[in-house]
Design a protein around this ligand. Structure first.
Ligand code: KG4
Ligand code: ZN
Length: 397
């Protein structure tokens, strides 16, 4: 249990808010993490203290079982993440059946730990927010069924949350001043989207990938050069020792859709390079290859994002999703934003990869908008971002 395990304290590198990150690993290689931001009371424009809204959030869309308690959308009272990475590494990628089984084993513990660390009881919660898509159907079903059961048993309102909207909302946690509208680049294992966040809960997709997601490209290239799963962090690390200009890989532009991405050509170029080197009996310099591939991805992501903020006339750019924790992307985007006079926002790495705090934050704004889900809430593996069906509470607009 939590008290028996080793904790390591870390502070994030963000300038705005101090967060404390406690991390421990159990015998299964499962990581439990809590991220505490400073608590603060919420006041309205007249300075009156408003009622706090506390949300229990649940996330199980892929290979992380996670639960969090989030207050007023931007204060993380607890954030517990049970990662299955060590298990899936044995198979070189996520095995959906194993993911679902592990979610079932861990979900109750994660919820109990999240409530315990927040010093709250289930009955204290104002809503239960849960990811219902997109993701692996069997994995999503575990979180959705759990949230529905808790809501049914307690009468606490249920709110279905879009996973990608959660990733975008992670930016609100450490940047208390960030408000829509802004442009957000969402780059994860399954998605690469350029989104205009028009308002809380209102998203317009202006670009997306035509084939592989950015994270998928990282994972496939890492596997091809024997770095293993998950590829993103391993390429990030290997690239630090390499020369990013050693190999020229293509930067794909799509003529009729300036904000769309395509990474499959880049992946093929890397595979061709590896095969040619093998045929010529040349040893591959993994750090150079990792750095050159990473730069090709980062160049395209930065170029598209900066063009979007300029052409759409925004002065704020955020990044989100697992790939947003990439150190080269963070540095390059920061530089480009500084040069263009654009405010740059990015979550701490622990809040970029899958977690439930981001679901609690997105759920809070859905709660304020009057969104409530019914007992017919179901897992939707390909849930679209942007316009989607929502059920609104009778008393709200
Ligand atoms: O957002 P996420 O945790 O899960 C999805 O919703 O897909 O993203 C996982 C993806 C994986 O493809 C992983 O390789 C990638 O994010 N990733 C990274 C880094 N850390 C995670 N990619 C590049 N650099 C990183 N440091
Ligand atoms: Zn994700």
């Amino acid at each position: 249990m939590i008290a028996d395990m080793q904790f390591c304290d870390e502070s994030n590198e963000m300038e705005n808010i101090m967060i404390n990150i406690d991390q421990k690993t159990d015998d299964d290689g499962v990581i439990f993490m809590s991220v505490h931001t400073e608590e603060s009371s919420k006041t309205d424009e007249d300075g009156n203290v408003q009622k706090n809204v506390e949300i229990l959030a649940i996330e199980s869309s892929c290979d992380e079982t996670a639960a969090a308690v989030v207050r007023n959308g931007r204060e993380v009272l607890s954030n517990v993440i049970s990662s299955q990475i060590a298990l899936h590494t044995l198979y070189g990628g996520v095995v959906p059946e194993i993911a679902s089984r592990k979610h079932i084993e861990k979900i109750n513990y994660c919820i109990e730990a999240a409530l315990h660390e927040a010093g709250r009881k289930l009955q204290d919660m104002d809503a239960i927010a849960v990811t219902y898509g997109p993701g692996l159907v069997g994995a999503l079903l575990v979180g959705v069924s759990e949230a529905k059961a808790l809501s049914f048993a307690t009468g606490i309102p249920l709110i279905g949350v879009h996973h990608i909207e959660g990733h975008i909302s992670a930016n609100y946690i450490e940047n208390k001043d960030l408000k829509p509208p802004f442009v957000c680049l969402v780059v994860s294992g399954g998605h690469s989207h350029l989104v205009v966040v028009k308002n809380y809960g209102q998203y317009e997709i202006i670009g997306q990938t035509r084939d592989d997601a950015a994270g998928e490209a990282f994972d496939k290239v890492a596997r091809a050069i024997g770095l293993g799963y998950p590829g993103g962090p391993k390429i990030d690390l290997a690239a630090r020792e390499g020369n990013a200009d050693a190999i020229q890989f293509p930067r794909v532009k799509i003529e009729d859709a300036a904000y769309d991405f395509s990474f499959s050509g880049l992946k093929s170029a890397v595979l061709n390079y590896i095969n040619q080197s093998k045929m010529q009996g040349q040893e591959i310099n993994k750090p150079d290859l990792a750095a050159s591939f990473q730069k090709a991805v980062v160049d395209v992501l930065v170029e598209h994002s900066m063009r979007a903020v300029k052409e759409f006339g925004y002065n704020k750019l955020a990044i989100a999703g697992g790939v947003a924790s990439n150190s080269a992307l963070r540095t390059a985007m920061q530089r480009a934003c500084e040069k263009a006079g654009v405010e740059f926002y990015r979550p701490s790495p622990v809040l970029c990869t899958d977690n439930a705090a981001m679901i609690g934050t997105a759920g809070y704004y859905e709660y304020l908008n009057g969104v409530r889900s019914g007992m017919d809430l179901n897992a939707v593996p390909n849930l679209p971002l942007g316009d989607r069906e929502r059920r609104f509470h009778a008393n709200q607009s």
